[in-house]
Ligand binder design. Structure first.
Ligand code: ADP
Ligand code: MG
Length: 293
């Protein structure tokens, strides 16, 4: 093994991991969520509907916030407090599945889970009872667009459950989903009134985008500084459609190339020669050459 190879492997592994990279647009959502958590309790807690294209970074934001609020054991009260619960909406709006999922998520004893035959109503009582003990301040539902897989009536029933839980627990409700689901979520008028909207648009050619790219490149463990021209930034937008996941994949791919080639920085030429992973059917010539094949 050549010297530096393990060091390179370590850097490549770091790039490939999904570690959080903070940029103002994501931090703004986190700030909004944080102020909802800190807001005084009331019966009709305001909430937020965060929507945007698939891959725009919604789940990363939800996970980032939920990491800040790991369950904590309170030795005085003798209970575990979980201020924030992050749940995935079931693949279709099915109350029973959702309640069972919540019970599993909060680690309810399996004796409870084996009571699958219980009516939806008694599951509901059980869920509310358990969640009340957690001292919840916020319930985050990711993939809320799964709602669309149900009939209109099922959608309404499911939204009703969300509203009910939020009211009963005096917890803020935060939903994450693709923008196509916004109308469906607005289907419950009372819920809609309480959910503010936060739209995460695809990236455009503006200062916010170039700042984000710079933050992203600076987070790559490269020895040299990359100074991309505006032309390259536009090219990155065109290649990725302004979707965060694709932008990150592109920059990470180029960073790995820069490590393997010894270039140690991302160049305008590398951006110009980059072919999207999502349209790469066979290993490109570029890669074969690089690997010495
Ligand atoms: N703040 C971030 N830090 C690091 N990577 C991010 C961030 N936001 C988005 N990504 C990248 O984009 C991908 C898609 O993000 P994700 O949150 O799953 O999108 P969505 O839930 O909107 O479909 C992630 O797997 C990650 O690679
Ligand atoms: Mg997601």
């Amino acid at each position: 093994m050549r010297a530096g190879e393990t060091e390179n492997d370590g850097r490549v592994a770091l790039i490939q991991s999904d570690i959080w990279i903070g940029f103002p647009r994501a931090e703004r959502v986190l700030d909004r969520l944080q102020s909802l958590i800190d807001a005084p309790r009331q019966t009709r807690m305001p909430g937020l509907l965060v929507h945007g294209a698939s891959g725009i970074g919604k789940t990363m934001i939800a996970r980032n916030l939920s990491r800040r609020y790991a369950p904590e054991y309170d030795p005085v009260a003798g209970i575990t407090r979980t201020p924030l619960l992050l749940l995935q909406a079931p693949p279709a709006p099915d109350e029973r599945r959702f309640y069972l999922h919540i019970l599993a998520a909060v680690g309810a004893p399996s004796s409870t889970l084996s009571l699958r035959a219980q009516s939806v109503a008694s599951l509901e009582v059980r869920v509310v009872g358990l969640l009340r003990d957690l001292g919840l301040r916020m319930i985050m539902i990711d993939e809320v667009h799964n709602l669309l897989a149900g009939t209109h009536r099922e959608q309404r029933r499911f939204l009703n459950v969300l509203r009910y839980l939020s009211n009963e627990l005096e917890a803020s409700l935060v939903c994450f989903g693709v923008s196509e689901a916004v109308d469906a979520i607005r289907g419950d008028v009372q819920l809609a009134r309480r959910l503010d909207e936060h739209h995460l648009a695809n990236w455009r050619d503006d200062a916010e985008f170039s700042d984000m790219i710079q933050t992203l490149i600076a987070a790559m463990p490269l020895a040299k500084k990359s100074n991309l021209q505006v032309k390259s930034l536009r090219q990155i937008l065109a290649l990725t459609g302004g979707v965060t996941s694709r932008i990150f994949a592109l920059v990470k791919d180029l960073a790995i190339d820069a490590i393997l080639s010894g270039e140690e920085r991302i160049t305008d030429e590398a951006v110009a020669n980059w072919t999207p992973l999502w349209s790469r059917h066979a290993p490109s010539q570029r890669r074969l050459e690089k690997s010495g094949a």
